[in-house]
Write a protein of this length. Structure first.
Length: 341
């Protein structure tokens, strides 16, 4: 028998997400993998803004996350048992899989991505060499269509996705500006990650002052905008974009806490898209799942050689998973937020 802890998604948030929307349960179960299955014991758990989207009462890219079930999410862990006849994995292997907020699980071996700790720390499979890295790389290179010398602006630039987008942009020869929420994060993306400039949105309370700030750090206008936040930052970008600019919508985190089921009135700035013949495209990481190996071919050497840097905000304790998720919407993370046991 194995003692297993699980975080159950128990009630839909009314406005902001809180730990009260979850229930921690503990069960004793016999884990008996059969052919083609393995038992995984979690070590790192991912918390991601998309989790709040799935908690909406309305359909998004899929039906709402069902109540009374384990919270979905990516996990890195070790294989502790292997079913007879199962190939490709053995006891002790590190894997990345989507087993959700539980400490142990019986999983199909083909649903587990085997990791090599010699290439990079295994935790990176949940960010720079995982889902966030995938959407950062393909979102920018395919939807953004970057050309050397252009200007890229990234909102949420100190987050798991935005911090990677800006560095990929620099490798593509772009002038890169990041929008963040603290002076410490501004220094990090400029001095450590190589962004050309940073703007602290807390210094600007309206789109008008943000437009003025963009004029100073991006005097040639904005060609590509990688949007992770929405809000008045996006309003300001729309008024600052160049002819045939590309806007990539990866996230709208400023709207998630209470703005999903009863959203704000839609944009009133679409005339700027007409004037500039600009494009607006949404991107999801799942659109590129089948191209994971292609992403790793590029990103793996960049991470290994220090051309792409990353930071982890690690919260200790499985019991702190809901608090860690809430922290994403309070700006508590620099880089990727992870929970570890």
């Amino acid at each position: 028998m194995t003692s297993i802890q699980k975080w159950i998604y128990d009630s839909r948030p009314k406005g902001e997400i809180s730990p009260q929307n979850y229930r921690l349960v503990q069960t004793d179960e016999t884990l008996a993998p059969v052919r083609g299955e393995v038992v995984v014991e979690g070590v790192f758990w991912s918390v991601d803004p998309y989790m709040r989207i799935q908690q909406s009462a309305k359909d998004t890219w899929e039906p709402p996350h069902p109540l009374g079930e384990v919270q979905n999410g990516g996990v890195v862990g070790r294989v502790t048992e292997v079913g007879d006849g199962t190939k490709g994995l053995q006891i002790g292997d590190w894997v990345e899989t989507f087993m959700g907020w539980r400490t142990h699980g019986v999983l199909s071996a083909v649903s587990c991505r085997k990791l090599d700790p010699e290439i990079a720390p295994v935790s990176t499979a949940l960010h720079v060499l995982g889902m966030p890295g995938r959407i950062a790389y393909f979102g920018l290179t395919e939807a953004g269509k970057p050309r050397p010398g252009e200007t890229l602006l990234v909102s949420g630039a100190a987050g798991a996705v935005g911090s990677i987008v800006g560095q990929v942009g620099k490798l593509a020869g772009l002038h890169v500006v990041g929008v963040v929420g603290t002076e410490e994060k501004a220094r990090w993306i400029v001095h450590d990650l190589g962004f050309d400039a940073a703007i602290n949105y807390c210094d600007h309370q309206s789109a008008g002052t943000m437009v003025d700030a963009f004029c100073k750090v991006a005097p040639n206008g904005i060609d590509i905008y990688y949007d992770n936040t929405g809000g008045y930052t996006t309003d300001a970008v729309i008024q600052s974009m160049n002819l045939r600019a590309r806007i990539i919508i990866c996230g709208q985190i400023s709207q998630y806490q209470g703005g999903l089921d009863d959203p704000n009135t839609g944009p009133r700035l679409l005339h700027h898209f007409l004037y500039k013949r600009a494009t607006l495209q949404g991107v999801l990481a799942r659109d590129f799942t089948a191209r994971m190996d292609e992403m790793l071919t590029h990103m793996g050497p960049w991470v290994r050689d220090g051309k792409i840097r990353y930071h982890e905000t690690i919260i200790d304790g499985f019991n702190n998973l809901p608090k860690a998720l809430c922290g994403l919407f309070e700006g508590a993370n620099t880089g990727k937020m992870l929970v570890k046991v």
